[in-house]
Design a protein around this ligand. Sequence first.
Ligand SMILES: [Zn+2]
Length: 428
Amino acid sequence: MSDTLLSRFLRYVRVNTQSAPGSGISPSTQGQWVLLRMLESELLELGAADVTLTEQGYVMATVPATSDRPGVPTVAFLGHVDTAPDYSGQGVKPLVHRKWNGKPIVLPDDPAQVLDPEQQPELLAARGKDIVTASGRTLLGGDDKSGVAIVMSLAAHLLKHPEIPHGTVRVCFNPDEEIGSGVDLLDLDELGANVAYTLDGENPNEVVWETFSADTAVITIEGVSTHPGEGKRFGMVNSLQLAAKLLAALPRDNLSPETTEDRQGYIHPAHIEGRVERTMIEVLLRDYELEGLADKAARLAGLCSGLQASEPRAHITCDIRPGYRNMGYWLKKDMTPVDLANEAMRRLGLEPCSPAARGGTDGSRLTASGLPTPNLGAGYHNPHGPLEWACVQDMELAMRACVELVQLWEQKGAGYKGRLVKKRRTAK
Ligand SMILES: [Zn+2]
């Protein structure tokens, strides 16, 4: 089992699937098609049913039910094929460190990059296990090719072992999670699941069912542009100066990403673009509670109106654009998907934990759209940079947890509501 999951993982990380914001197409990059087509043909080869690759770049397939118990929900498992735009994914050379001895690992293509357990205590738990790193100049792409390899191995395992009793299992590989549009174009009727899990977390004992709620504030400051030599005479109003004032007034010692942790939210200026006549600032607002999110928006709006009052010749607007929502608002109403995932992990001797994600997942959107979708650990660490690594045994554990999970749904899931499945629409 081990080499199959590992060999899949090594094959997938070699494909450059970095996504790119603002491309206006789905998937956002051609490289993702390469991996999506590879996954499509692997599923066909495994003998999965209903294998489809949609025009927007979603691969879906079915592992048919092996149990005829009535009312067993259809469970979907998802992994995203893209890697973060933040760091190069071109020419990834995965290195397998078998039975890693716990000594610092110098990455050969850039010896300044060192994986050192003293700086990264999480590594200590991987001592004696097989870990995979990149070679120094790229990310590894374990986020989320670990998840993709786990989901593919799950499908392979279930198809090979029809004696394992389970209901219908759907698998889905989606593009563009890292640019926030991973499931925007996923047709939930086509997916046809009552409940789902993303495999896109770190430790294999993680069952994440709470995420941030997120909005983005777009602040526009319009000033008055003149020839700078005549700025006084013609009344220049420099929007850059006003933007600087606004940024200086934002909280720094608290409510910023640099100073918050655990369950605290933040106000984060993430992007600025401007000239004298016009400046645009993008500010990310994050909180676990809607009230906290609204407070942050109100605080920002207050700063904008204060700035406006101080300079009536400028024109300042603050537009709040809604993002994703904490999946906990929905999951709390029926914790079955979380309870069964916890039980699956305990069956493997793992003690499950549920850290609240300081971010969103594809599941945040899916859950808000009616498909309850907690996130499970996939065995990768330090995503989005050269020091990313993944643990082979943890990926295997995550896969085995999913095998337990589909059996638990078969035994205990009858009657669970989740998302109502109409007769599944089939593409192609
Ligand atoms: Zn991810």
